[in-house]
Design a protein around this ligand. Structure first.
Ligand code: SF4
Length: 296
């Protein structure tokens, strides 16, 4: 079967750096043990499992501050998604050795929110409820930030501020975000916009749309909890107008999806290990088109 290997795809620099930091900590005799990661290092079970081999304990749950209650000593690593100042403070108070693997792109949003809040701005943060990245960013200035997920949240806002700023989670859909920003500007034309979608996310989405257009089906390799992987499926379906499916690994591929398909494209979220995607590509390339001819 012909396979379009969409590029760029897969691991971004923020994820690679976070994983390397965690492995280095596990191997360093001067870093207090055990080493814990506060939340999944990235939203991918294969990446989490690979760190277990280094003796690293991944703690998982929606509230990072509460997760710290499970840690009694050693080291704690903050993931690429970032954490709120309250989480950092609590880890220090517990006497834990802290390693911050927050992606620089997320750190930039934290700094921006701190600055704008100090200048008296009301901040509308476009992000996904329940995701760790908004939890960390909003924690910088909870009294000044409103989480906006959809246009309905904008309608419900009780805000009458002279100074309004808009910023965003890094891994949203570029097109959805533009739509919500425009909606906000209709109601608050004086709002200042700081679009903080990261470059890695934008490049992967644009490539998936442009290159996915030439395929009969697009497979996105990623974990169902990965926001950026889910957004890749969404933009291929909505912007490129092609069918797309999220798969965790080669084991999820159903041959019925491929019946009558001549060309399949493969991409991967920025939290998906490259080997998992390579296995998917190898499998698809080995398939015999005659076997998968449309049923008569
Ligand atoms: S997706 Fe973007 S913000 Fe998230 S870790 Fe990768 S580069 Fe950083």
């Amino acid at each position: 079967m012909e396979v379009i290997k969409i590029s760029p795809r897969g691991y971004c620099y923020g994820v690679v750096d976070a994983i390397n930091l965690a492995k280095k900590a596990a191997l360093d005799p001067y870093v207090p043990k055990p080493v814990h990661i506060l939340g999944a290092i990235v939203h991918n079970r294969h990446a989490v499992a690979s760190l277990e081999q280094y003796g690293i304990i991944s703690l998982d749950g929606p509230d990072r501050e509460a997760l710290l209650d499970q840690v009694t000593g050693g080291t704690v690593i903050f993931t690429a998604h970032g954490v709120s100042p309250a989480v950092k403070r609590k880890a220090k108070e517990k006497g834990l050795y802290c390693i911050d693997a927050t992606c620089p792109d997320v750190t930039r949003t934290h700094a921006l929110v701190r600055e704008l809040a100090a200048l008296g701005y009301t901040i509308l943060y476009i992000g996904k409820r329940g995701h760790p990245e908004p939890e960390g960013v909003i924690g910088e200035a909870p009294e000044s930030v409103h989480l906006i997920e959809t246009e309905a949240d904008v309608d419900e806002l009780q805000v009458d501020a002279a100074k309004i700023a808009v910023t965003t989670q890094t891994t949203l859909s570029k097109w959805d975000t533009e739509r919500v920003i425009n909606y906000i500007l209709e109601r608050f034309p004086h709002a200042e916009v700081y679009n903080d979608l990261c470059l890695a996310t934008q490049e992967r989405q644009e490539a998936a749309v442009e290159q996915g257009r030439h395929a009969d089906l697009v497979l996105v390799v990623g974990d169902k909890r990965s926001n950026n992987s889910n957004r890749l499926v969404q933009v291929v379906q909505e912007i490129a107008g092609r069918p797309a499916r999220l798969i965790d690994s080669v084991a999820d591929i159903d041959l019925e999806w491929l019946r009558g398909v001549r060309r399949v494209a493969v991409t991967a979220g920025s939290s998906t290990p490259s080997e998992i995607t390579r296995e998917v590509v190898r499998y698809l390339e080995s398939l015999d088109l005659d076997v998968l001819a449309p049923e008569k």
